[in-house]
Design a protein around this ligand. Structure first.
Ligand code: BDR
Ligand code: CA
Length: 310
C-alpha cells in the first residue's frame, strides 16, 4: 500500500486525540511529525496534551510547537467542550517526551524542503501555522500533495450562526490558506455532524479492551457529557479524525469541487466558509468540499485502527 506522508497540525482536543490515534498506527499513513498551536486551549495546554498523547501511543515522531495566538484575533479557547486542560478525562503516566526544539513553522518548511515525495498536510485546528508557512515559503507549495483540513461548514456554524470553530479562531489565516494553489479537501461540519460518537459507539469501542481503546472511551465519555451540556447532543460529532480516515479510505467522503472563500468582514458572518456548491458565481473552484460521508465505513476505520494497538 502506498503511504501518505503526513504532517498533522493540531490543538488537542478530544477529537484531535482520535485523529492522532488513526495517524499513528495505520498502513496507509506515514506520520512525519506533529505540530501544535493554540485552539481548543492555550498553546501551553495543547502542547502538553500532544506530548502526552504521542508518548502514550508510543509514536517516535517530533512534536513541534507553533503559534500561541491567531494572526489578528485574540485567543478564544473551547473550554466548555474540551475542559480546563483541553483534554479532560484521562490521567496520563508521567510525561517524559519533550517538544522538538524547532518551531512548528520551521519544521513544516524544513520537511517540505527535504521531501523527495509530496507531503500531505492534515490540519485539525486553526490555520495559523499553515498560513505562515504559505506566506514565508510560497515556493514550497508545489511540494504539498494535498491539504486535508477539518474546518468550516456549508451550513450553519458551531460557534456562531455562520462560523465553525477552527475557522473563526483565525479567519485571516484561513483566508490565506484557502487562497493558496494547493489541492484542498475541506472536511466541515456538514459531514462531521453525521458521525456522532453516540454512547453505543463508545460501548462498542470499549469491547476492544486495550490501552488505546481505554483512552478513547474515557475521553469520549467526557466529550459527550460536555456536548450534552452545550449542544444537547447525546453524542458529539467526532470532527477531526474524519480527515485521517479519508486518507485511509478516500471512498469515505463524497466531495464537491467548488469555489470557497472565507468571510473576513467582521460582521455576523465573520469566519464563514462560503462554498459555492452550485457555482452561482462562476469563480475558480479552489476546494474539494466534503458533502457526504459513509458512517459505517468511518466507525469501522476507528475500530480496526484501535484494535491495531493490541
Ligand atoms: C473543531 O473545533 C474543535 O473544538 C475540534 O477539535 C474540531 O477541530 C470542530 O469545530
Ligand atoms: Ca481540533
Amino acid at each position: 500500500m502506498k503511504k501518505h506522508n503526513i504532517i498533522l497540525d493540531c490543538d488537542p482536543g478530544h477529537d484531535d486525540a482520535v485523529a492522532l490515534m488513526l495517524a499513528g498506527n495505520h498502513d496507509a499513513i506515514n506520520l512525519l511529525g506533529v505540530t501544535v498551536e493554540s485552539g481548543n486551549q492555550t498553546l501551553e495546554k495543547t502542547a502538553f496534551n500532544t506530548l502526552n498523547l504521542v508518548q502514550y501511543l508510543n509514536l517516535d515522531v517530533p512534536v513541534c510547537l507553533g503559534v500561541d495566538s491567531p494572526l489578528i484575533r485574540h485567543v478564544e479557547v473551547a473550554e466548555k467542550i474540551h475542559g480546563e486542560s483541553g483534554l479532560d478525562g484521562y490521567t496520563f503516566p508521567p510525561l517524559k517526551k519533550q517538544a522538538d526544539k524547532r518551531h512548528a513553522v520551521d519544521f513544516i518548511i524544513e520537511t517540505l524542503e527535504n521531501a523527495k515525495e509530496p507531503i500531505t498536510l492534515v490540519t485539525t485546528g486553526p490555520l495559523t501555522n499553515i498560513a505562515l508557512v504559505y506566506k514565508l515559503r510560497p515556493d514550497l507549495i508545489t511540494k504539498i500533495a494535498q491539504h486535508v483540513l477539518m474546518g468550516g461548514s456549508v451550513g450553519s456554524g458551531n460557534v456562531s450562526a455562520a462560523a465553525e470553530f477552527n475557522i473563526l479562531c483565525d479567519p485571516e489565516a484561513a483566508h490565506i490558506v484557502f487562497n493558496a494553489d494547493v489541492k484542498r479537501v475541506m472536511v466541515g461540519l456538514d459531514v462531521t455532524r453525521q458521525v456522532k460518537v453516540l454512547p453505543e459507539i463508545v460501548d462498542r469501542m470499549e469491547t476492544i479492551n486495550n490501552h488505546v481503546s481505554d483512552l478513547f472511551v474515557k475521553l469520549m465519555r467526557v466529550y459527550n457529557a460536555n456536548q450534552l451540556k452545550v449542544f444537547g447532543l447525546p453524542g458529539g460529532p467526532l470532527h477531526d479524525p474524519v480527515t485521517v480516515a479519508y486518507l485511509i479510505d478516500p471512498t469515505l467522503l463524497t466531495l464537491t469541487h467548488a469555489s470557497c472563500t472565507i468571510d473576513t468582514s467582521k460582521g455576523p458572518s465573520y469566519g464563514r466558509t462560503n462554498c459555492d456548491l452550485f457555482d452561482y458565481l462562476g469563480e475558480k473552484k479552489n476546494t474539494y468540499v466534503a458533502t457526504g460521508i459513509d458512517g459505517t465505513k468511518f466507525w469501522n476505520i476507528i475500530e480496526t485502527t484501535l484494535k491495531r494497538y493490541n
